[in-house]
Design a protein. Structure first.
Lengths: 156, 131
């Protein structure tokens, strides 16, 4: 399936709403780009969720540099977090789950029949995401007061 | 209305989400909060609690025993059948809402939610329970 703006928009809208309500942070969408065409920040944590429908198979990844994730969690939970701990890491899966849930409703209204999925968490000092297929990966960058985070959409 | 002494059980497999729901409840004045990480542990907490749990706020998607499984278990129990139950979900599609209503959910709240949205749901549930 050809990725287009109608497919990305529910994820952009979902991320903005989720950050504003849950994290009390403005997440301003920046210009999307194809992965590899621009440098990306070093990510410390990412949530990945498979997206399966009759029209699309792929995955959605929500990637954070450590300071951005810590700022989001600190604001969301009302505590001052200094490092990403085991207790805190499922926050990235929860944020992705909420964004995915909102996007799923909109995409299914458009006839995509997106199925329920469970996110998983990747954590490390310098996470690099790489596409496993030859299909271009679309990067949706967002700017916050704490820095940038990215959503990557990869189709098989 | 539910108040500071209302015993609430928050059920979610995600620790950060349990913390967020509990924080939101405290913001709107409910402080007697117990947490459980899945439906099995939640049921144990409901069975053992003294004084009894008066309100359950549960995530839908959880391993072992989902929020829907827990809701059906509660509604099928003679002792706890009337326990107010709010389902939390990130995927508020029509068919899911219908499924939850058929299973006897008191109300549902869609993530992300504000303290005001949760307060409105609590008020609606309390009104229904006392009416």
């Amino acid at each position: 399936m050809q990725l287009d703006a109608n497919f990305f928009k529910p994820f952009v809208d979902g991320a903005m709403k989720t950050f504003e309500i849950s994290c009390k942070l403005k997440a301003l969408p920046q210009k999307p780009f194809l992965k590899g065409s621009q440098p990306q920040p070093e990510f410390a944590i990412a949530g990945v969720i498979g997206l399966t429908s009759p029209k699309f198979n792929g995955n959605i990844t929500l990637c954070f540099p450590a300071p951005v994730f810590l700022a989001a969690m600190s604001s969301m939970l009302g505590e001052d977090f200094k490092e990403i701990t085991d207790d805190l890491q499922d926050g990235v899966a929860e944020l992705l789950n909420i964004i995915y849930g909102q996007a799923k409703v909109v995409l299914n209204q458009q006839g995509h029949a997106v199925e329920k999925a469970i996110p998983s968490v990747i954590r490390g000092s310098q996470i690099r995401t790489t596409a496993v297929s030859s299909t271009p990966v679309m990067v949706l960058p967002f700017k916050t007061d704490a820095g940038e985070f990215h959503i990557e959409i990869c189709s098989e | 209305m539910f108040g500071p002494t209302t015993k609430v059980l928050v059920v979610d497999d995600m620790l950060t989400m349990r913390k967020l729901v509990s924080k939101t409840l405290r913001e709107i004045g409910l402080t007697e909060i117990t947490e459980a990480s899945d439906g099995v542990l939640a049921w144990e907490a409901i069975e053992k609690a003294a004084p009894p749990i008066e309100l359950v706020i549960s995530d839908w998607n959880m391993p072992n025993c989902t929020g829907m499984d827990l809701l059906k278990k509660i509604r099928g129990s003679s002792k706890h059948a009337a326990l107010p139950f709010i389902m939390v979900t990130a995927e508020a599609e029509q068919h899911q809402v219908v499924e939850a209503v058929k299973a006897g959910v008191s109300n549902y709240v869609v993530k992300p939610f504000t303290p005001e949205a949760l307060r409105e749901k609590l008020e609606a549930v309390h009104k229904k329970a006392s009416g």
